[in-house]
Ligand binder design. Structure first.
Ligand SMILES: Nc1ncnc2c1ncn2[C@@H]1O[C@H](COP(=O)(O)OP(=O)(O)OP(=O)(O)O)[C@@H](O)[C@H]1O
Ligand SMILES: [Mg+2]
Length: 254
């Protein structure tokens, strides 16, 4: 079916860490056999505690990290092996300050990334202005990013993530560090992306954000899936999503 945008089956990723004791090597099973599918137009939440394996999963899906084993497909293509075909059609927004050039202005950052994505020069100015307005950076667009606040850098990251008009956008804790106005702006952008037929996979620790946005979620714990479904299905009868979440995660850890 061509509506499947992301297909993950029994996906695993191990990290090998050298211990301070020679010869002893610790293997961390960061992602330990997870499976899920994301359909076109869905807002899909990847949830789990710190260290559950969310960022590792997103790195594999965005072609930045090779899986140890299992199926990891985006747009029907292998994220490892066919990554060049995938990259023009996806983008990602990671929380924090990674991925923008602090010496460049917001406008020059976006021009730089437009060139990387081979966006025709004559389309660039109009596109960049539109995105700068969307993330409310238009007034400061020509100041160097190093003079921006944390939230402004975060909004520049969001702008960068939209520059190639991606079909799938991966967002790893995108509202971290944003004030309530910025967080709402991002949620509005996510809903607009969905309306435009885009697919969004996001991680967040904010469960009210999940209830507000996500069509379906998967909860992982220690690299394994512990629940998946709509927020309503996971909430069950009477409880809040937070109650259900805590029960699920506690149940697995005890
Ligand atoms: N480069 C690495 N080398 C070794 N271990 C790693 C590396 N990156 C992540 N890990 C380990 O893999 C596991 C999963 O980490 P990951 O960053 O995917 O979790 P996460 O769900 O994104 O957590 P958080 O909510 O804190 O962002 C953790 O045990 C982590 O310590
Ligand atoms: Mg993470």
């Amino acid at each position: 079916m061509d509506n499947i945008m992301i297909n993950v089956e029994d996906l695993r990723r191990e990290y090998r860490r050298n211990s301070i004791f020679k010869r002893k090597r610790r293997v961390v099973k960061a992602v330990d056999g997870i499976s899920f599918k994301v359909m076109k137009g869905e807002i899909f939440g990847l949830l789990g505690q710190n260290g559950a394996g969310k960022t590792t999963t997103i790195k594999m899906l965005t072609t930045l990290l090779a899986p140890t084993s299992g199926k990891c497909e985006v747009l029907g293509l292998k994220t490892f092996g066919e990554e060049k075909k995938i990259r023009p059609h996806i983008n990602f927004i990671f929380g924090g300050e990674m991925g923008v050039y602090r010496r460049l202005s917001a406008r020059d950052n976006l021009r730089y990334f437009s060139n990387l994505y081979l966006i025709p020069k004559k389309e660039q100015n109009e596109k960049i202005d539109r995105i700068l307005k969307l993330v409310d950076l238009y007034d400061r667009a020509d100041d160097p990013a190093e003079t921006y606040s944390k939230g402004m850098i975060q909004r520049l990251q969001i702008a960068r993530g939209l520059i190639n008009d991606p079909d799938i956008i991966f967002m790893d804790e995108p509202t971290v560090g944003l004030d309530p106005v910025g967080a709402r702006m991002l949620r509005d952008i996510i809903r607009e992306l969905k309306k435009a037929g885009k697919t969004v996979l996001l991680t967040t620790h904010n469960l009210s954000e999940v209830e507000e946005l996500c069509d379906r979620i998967v909860i992982i714990n220690k690299g394994r899936v512990v629940a998946q479904g709509t927020p309503d299905e996971i909430r069950g009868s009477g409880e809040t999503l937070e109650d259900a979440y805590v029960e699920l995660v506690k149940g697995v850890n005890s």
